[in-house]
Design a protein around this ligand. Structure first.
Ligand code: BDP
Length: 326
């Protein structure tokens, strides 16, 4: 190799090493496995962040609860920036940001359309910004469908919940909700639920079909699924505020653009996967009971909603205004 050529090779190599070392890597925690709609959205987000920052940022996804099967732990990790980004349930994040607890009020939304009409409204978007005092920056909402009870014994009506033990996410409002419905609530990390049902520590839990069937295999130990749809908890993609503040204005805009473009993508993936999960559950032996009249469930939580609601008065007004007129 002549001198000129070796100088060029050395320069190219140096430039390569610099560009690689200049790339910033951010960890993203996700409890669901690869292929779950929120995980697919995380991947899309990572792809778009790389694209809109010209490869300056790499988002490294840790799916399947590989950071922790306990979202409380994950959120604590984001708080200290050991992990910069996570996708969690607003039910879990509500313990860190009281305003988010509004979503833990049962029968809050009439439908998925009502929820999205609210989440995409200026008020819904402001709630993401309002995570700042908790040390977080909300990037976007995702769909988490609706949650229903399942157990290892037949469930047909609300009376069947009486005296039994159901797991909830660690959140006081969710504990009160289950108790208002007549059961005992056992707060527990998602990662522990399968064996807790299997060993009889609890009788059941509550979740959407994709989590119940595809992520956690709970249908294998709790085959009775009663579609009372008591909660519609949005999922949240959020980031450590310190890490966010270190980004340039252009990079912040790039992250925001990337996040907002994943929303429609995730909602579509959700709708397809929800149907697939329900079919897979039934094929795997799950006994799914439709609840034609949800009035007994709504009546059971009426006092709870009346007591807890006033703390969210302003948000509830905005949620009411987002109702889809029939
Ligand atoms: C699922 C949420 C996930 C929660 C889980 C739970 O997607 O973020 O960790 O419920 O119940 O629906 O803990």
């Amino acid at each position: 190799m002549n001198l000129k050529r070796s100088v060029i090779v050395a320069l190219v190599l140096t430039a390569f090493v610099f560009s690689v070392s200049a790339q910033k890597v951010l960890k993203l925690a996700e409890i669901h496995p690869q292929g779950y709609p929120t995980e697919l959205a995380d991947e899309e987000f990572a792809k778009l962040v790389a694209k809109y920052t010209n490869g300056q940022f790499k988002v490294d996804i840790f799916p399947g609860g590989s950071i922790s099967g306990d979202e409380k732990v994950v959120i604590e990790q984001v708080k200290i920036n050991a992990v910069s980004i996570a996708r969690v349930s607003s039910g879990a994040l509500g313990s860190f940001n009281a305003q988010l607890n509004v979503f833990s009020l049962p029968y809050l939304f009439d439908s998925s359309d009502h929820m999205w009409n609210f989440l995409l409204s200026p008020y819904g978007q402001k709630m993401l910004a309002d995570l700042a005092p908790s040390g977080f920056v909300g990037l976007c909402w995702y769909d988490g469908g609706s949650r229903s009870f399942y157990a290892n014994y037949p469930l047909n009506t609300i009376a069947d919940l009486k005296g039994k033990k159901f797991r909830v996410m660690p959140n006081n409002l969710l504990v009160k909700m289950v108790e208002a419905m007549g059961a005992s609530a056992v707060p527990m990390a998602a990662g522990q639920v399968f064996s807790a049902i299997q060993t009889g520590v609890i009788d059941g839990a509550e979740n959407n079909a994709p989590s119940y069937v595809m992520s956690f295999n709970h249908y294998q130990v709790a085959k009775y699924y009663m579609l009372d749809e008591h909660l519609r908890l949005p999922e949240v993609l959020f980031m450590n505020k310190g890490a966010w503040d270190k980004l340039s204005k252009d990079d912040q805009a790039a992250f925001r653009k990337a996040a907002s473009e994943t929303v429609a993508f995730q909602r579509k993936a959700w709708n397809d996967y929800d149907v697939k999960a329900m079919a897979a559950g039934k094929a795997g032996g799950s006994i799914v009971v439709e609840v034609k009249d949800k009035t007994p469930f709504k009546n059971a939580v009426k006092d709870l909603v009346a007591t807890e609601g006033p703390a969210f008065a302003e948000t509830l007004k905005a949620i009411d205004a987002a109702r889809i007129k029939k």
